[in-house]
Design a protein around this ligand. Structure first.
Ligand code: CA
Length: 521
């Protein structure tokens, strides 16, 4: 009945007002309404009221966000810094009207059911037509963000586009050595051996680094070539789903086989000897010095080296190759963009304007709001061309990274709940990357992802009690085996036994009880 009345009221309002301009239709309140906000993200430590995107949103909606960020200076690393700011906020005893943060999911799904945040289900149903339509179309996303009590407590940043990382290899080195692109793991090993031995960079020294990675877990990624798994999501070392059951990849046979072979490759010098320590500059260094042969990294940024190194490295051609077939013949690209992030925003329990706030959240899912969140301000960063936003030439060619420019004006903020539009990125993705993406699209190599679970209090207790120590132990053994400290095949039974003693089965049990509740239907 309530919905019917609301719909009738909406219809009546529309007919009375007559044809409304786009600006009027976004208006939420007649008199400007101020709402406080805490916003934390590593890239922008606090909310800025003068972001051009925010200025426009304020004009369109009448909602004026006021910065009330606590702990803005706790900029440490991805996993601790932001939770720390949220904990600081909680400790002050005052939760702002809106709380936006990276890694907010676990926080609100723990404290929301305890009353610190407002459940959003009914508010969305009644007042947020754009979000309601989105969740009706994507029920798996609704399931993924819901807390154990079935309520949604935050609106996430929803990435768009499928592709993330890919296998890249030096096509000019292959040509120099008269080799074909390797199609399976055996051929790949032969190519890496040739890179090691046959001087593809032509300087008379065996100085090539056949496989390298900016992030060392991209070495562990290669266990997929032996039918193991390294993660179930875009987060390293995550659980994965196999035939409806949640498992951890580092307790499976394919992983054992993969690690045994990667340890062998490491010993043979097919893998960067400094893979665990060289760090984030390794791609830049090994490519610009003409030393690196192959990696697994992001399409756009890795492809970009073809242009930036064209003058420095003669004939440089570092392009995507299809995932080599595994020992059982499976070609898999384990990494992809996840459709939902644990980042976004929520409504604090003392907010006296939850209806206006959910309408404001919904604004960012409207066509106008979504365009503002993705592309910035019309006439400044983009213009409309044939009905579609197109970044201006000046914006794309001024030499500054596009993403950074957008963060600086308040667009593409992951601490805001919004639905990304891949078109924003396609406009500045280079041709080599688009070619690679087309190759991966044709082969259909992506696999489904584990979208995470929300624990109830008891499950959370079990997970917190056992998991951190198990994970540390897994990673410690993993690195040890690669570096030759122990033999994974000889150690395996003892390793599995230790995992059991540490509570692995208990963790798997709570993962699966939460998973079944959330996705079981
Ligand atoms: Ca050489």
């Amino acid at each position: 009945m309530r919905r019917l009345t609301l719909a009738a009221a909406l219809l009546a309002g529309t007919s009375l007002a007559g044809p409304a301009s786009a600006e009027e239709s976004q208006r939420i309140v007649e008199e400007p309404l101020e709402l406080t906000i805490q916003m934390n993200h590593a890239r922008y430590p606090r909310y800025q009221e003068d972001w051009p995107v925010e200025v426009v949103a304020r004009e369109m909606t009448g909602i004026h966000l006021v910065d009330a960020t606590v702990g803005a200076n706790t900029r440490t690393d991805e996993n601790t810094g932001k939770a720390e700011a949220l904990n600081l906020m909680l400790a002050t005893g005052e939760i702002p009207d809106i709380v936006g943060s990276s890694n907010i999911k676990a926080f609100v799904n723990q404290y929301g059911p305890e009353g610190a945040f407002i459940g959003l289900n009914a508010l969305i149903e009644e007042h947020a037509p754009h979000m309601r339509a989105f969740f009706e179309e994507r029920p798996e996303i609704r399931a993924a963000i819901s807390a154990a009590d079935g309520e949604m407590y935050y609106i996430p940043y929803l990435p768009d586009g499928k592709y993330g990382r890919a296998y890249f290899i030096r096509y000019d080195w292959l040509e120099a050595l008269d080799l074909d692109v390797p199609q399976n793991v055996e051929e790949l090993e032969e190519v890496l051996i040739a890179f090691r031995d046959q001087d593809p960079n032509g300087n008379g020294m065996q100085d090539e680094v056949p496989y390298f990675a900016r992030q060392w877990p991209e070495l562990i990624r290669l266990v997929t070539l032996w039918d193991g798994r390294s993660s179930g999501s875009d987060t390293y070392h995550d659980f994965y789903v196999d035939d409806g059951e949640v498992l951890h990849p580092y307790a499976q046979e394919g992983y054992r086989e993969g690690i045994a072979n990667l340890a062998r490759w490491y010993e043979m010098g097919l893998v960067d000897a400094e893979i665990f320590t060289r760090g984030s500059s390794s791609r830049e260094y090994l490519l610009s010095e003409n030393l690196g042969g192959m990696t697994h990294d992001w399409f756009a940024s890795t492809s970009g080296y073809n242009a930036s190194l064209a003058d420095k490295v003669d004939g440089f051609a570092f392009k995507a190759m299809a995932p080599p077939a595994s020992v059982s013949g499976v070609r898999m690209e384990e990494h992809r963009r996840i459709p939902i992030k644990p980042d976004g925003w929520a409504i604090g329990h003392t907010n006296e304007h939850p209806v206006e706030t959910i309408k404001y959240f919904d604004f960012w899912f409207s066509p106008e709001g979504r365009r503002l969140a993705n592309f910035g301000v019309e006439g400044q960063q983009y213009t409309m061309v044939d009905g579609e936003p197109q970044f201006t030439e000046e914006f794309l060619t001024n030499g500054k990274p596009v993403n950074n420019q957008l963060y600086e004006i308040g667009a593409q903020l992951h601490a805001r709940g919004y639905f990304q539009d891949y078109a924003y990125e396609e406009q500045w993705t280079n041709e080599v990357a688009l070619e690679g993406i087309a190759l991966y699209d044709a082969g259909d190599y992506l696999i489904d992802q584990f979208l995470g679970v929300s624990f109830n209090a008891e499950e959370q207790r079990v997970y917190d009690r056992y998991w951190p120590a198990i994970r540390d132990y897994m990673l410690e053994r993993q690195q040890g085996w690669i570096l030759g400290n122990g033999d994974v095949n000889a150690d395996w039974d003892g390793y599995i036994e230790t995992l059991d003693e540490m509570g692995y089965a208990e963790v798997i049990e709570v993962m699966n009880s939460a998973y079944d509740r959330q996705y079981g239907g």
